[in-house]
Design a protein around this ligand. Structure first.
Ligand SMILES: Cc1cc2nc3c(=O)[nH]c(=O)nc-3n(C[C@H](O)[C@H](O)[C@H](O)COP(=O)(O)OP(=O)(O)OC[C@H]3O[C@@H](n4cnc5c(N)ncnc54)[C@H](O)[C@@H]3O)c2cc1C
Length: 411
């Protein structure tokens, strides 16, 4: 019998990790679940940029969630729960052009921005989330238990202080702690970032050359995202953005080789709520106009090869989008983000949607994420991998009687 609840660390606070947290809470609420995220906010590739200058928001990564056609069971139940909580709503926004990868399932948007999905799931899971806490290495340690026996565990160390962003002014003392010890660890960052980790991850993969080869073969696209924000009282900007005949547009490469996607982001999200059904109701008292531009992959790769400065790339993308949309007024504020690992192009081919790096009898050390599901970089891909990770983790902790099922409490 355990002398204390098992402590589980989920590395990364994206959608995969937040679903694992939620499923673990449903199946084994006695677990003490922690989440360490290197960024200053949750959501990962479903992050939201905010403009202090205008009060605007913009989805920087994923724009909307497309349900895999015909998805059933617990996947469906989670969509229904997120809809009931108002976190995801059926997308009413118009899309001009097509994206082959979307498929024919229902599209969903998050009125508050897509990071609301991870926020809601993490809140409901009761997980203890630490932001600005990047993991550098995971090491196997043997510790004495209260009953005098010993147990193998994972010591997880943080990115060295010199390599970190300065702590937030309101960071608590615990935030400054360096290492901690856990009974189980699940890594959910993009695969190339898993391969950068030292200690037991590197050792475990040396023992599994077949898995290492397959992980090295995983490929992601790279893109830049540019968010543009206008002031609420900028009538010229508002009337220009209101008059566009689409909410989202996929741009053919013959028209502009550097830009694949543009969206009037506040409109896209507002169209899903009751107050945004028609143009007259789009009184921007709710949220000032915002725009999102995604670059093409060849453009991003060329800039990466040249070692281009991200801010300079943002300026170029702004010039290009203003040429694409003549008359687009200059924004009051903007953000540029490089997604070095954007969407999975080549997933890992395997029978499982999450992988154990630890040997039999060792404490669980698992890797999960959108690279491990045939559904790829979609919510359903993250769900499938998260579910497999939660099931394997529970089984390895000897809690396999409990199966992750429908979430226990409302979001
Ligand atoms: C530009 C773009 C457009 C997209 N469009 C869509 C779309 O329209 N629809 C759709 O469904 N999907 C889309 N996606 C894909 C979708 O966003 C991803 O599939 C999904 O968000 C992946 O979630 P995840 O939790 O597996 O990984 P992530 O979101 O990448 O989460 C991993 C987290 O780990 C953190 N991390 C990394 N290293 C460490 C470390 N050492 N220590 C601690 N934390 C660490 C990261 O900061 C990150 O928060 C898009 C993605 C991008 C970038």
């Amino acid at each position: 019998m355990r002398d204390a609840p098992a402590r589980v660390l989920l590395v990364g606070a994206g959608v995969t990790s937040s679903i694992v947290a939620r499923l673990l809470h449903g199946a084994a609420p006695q677990l003490e679940v922690h989440v360490w995220e290197k960024a200053r906010g949750v959501g990962g590739r479903m992050s939201v940029a905010r403009s202090d200058a205008t009060g605007g928001r913009a989805d920087m990564g994923a724009q909307y969630v497309t349900e895999v056609d015909g998805v059933a069971g617990a996947h469906r139940a989670l969509y229904a729960e997120l809809e009931r909580a108002g976190v995801l709503l059926p997308m009413r926004a118009s899309i001009s052009g097509t994206r082959g990868a979307d498929g024919g399932g229902q599209n969903w948007v998050a009125p508050a921005g897509l990071n609301a999905v991870a926020k809601a799931l993490l809140r409901a899971s009761g997980a203890r989330v630490s932001l600005g806490r990047g993991v550098a290495a995971v090491e196997r340690v043997v510790v004495a238990r209260a009953d005098g026996a010993t147990a193998a565990k994972w010591r997880v160390s943080r990115v060295p202080r010199a390599a970190r962003a300065p702590p937030a002014a309101d960071a608590d003392a615990a935030d400054d702690a360096e290492d901690d010890i856990f009974d189980a660890v699940v890594l959910t960052m993009p695969v190339p970032q898993v391969l950068e980790l030292g200690g037991a991850v590197a050792d475990g993969l040396r023992e599994r050359p077949d898995l290492l080869d397959r992980l090295r073969a995983v490929e992601y696209s790279a893109r830049y995202a540019l968010a543009l924000f206008w002031a609420r009282e900028d009538d010229a900007a508002r009337s220009f953005v209101d008059r566009l005949p689409w909410d989202c547009r996929y741009v053919p490469k013959e028209e502009e080789s550097a830009i694949v996607f543009v969206s009037r982001c506040a409109h896209k999200r507002r169209a899903a709520t009751n107050d945004g059904g028609d143009a007259n109701a789009r009184d921007t008292a709710v949220e000032p106009p915002s725009f999102v531009v995604h670059s093409s992959v060849p453009f991003a790769l060329a800039k990466l090869r040249d070692g281009a400065d991200t801010a300079v790339v943002g300026t170029e993308l702004l010039e290009r989008v203003r040429a694409l949309l003549p008359g687009l007024p200059p924004p009051a504020d903007s953000r540029t983000q490089l997604w070095r690992f954007s969407q999975v192009r080549v997933p890992i081919h395997a029978e499982r949607a999450a992988h154990a790096l630890s040997a039999d009898g060792e404490p669980p050390l698992l890797i999960a994420g959108d690279a491990f599901s045939a559904h790829g970089s979609r919510f359903d891909g993250c769900y499938e991998s998260a579910r497999d990770a939660a099931e394997q983790l529970l089984a390895q902790l000897g809690l396999d009687a409990a199966r992750p099922g429908a979430p226990p409490s409302a979001l």
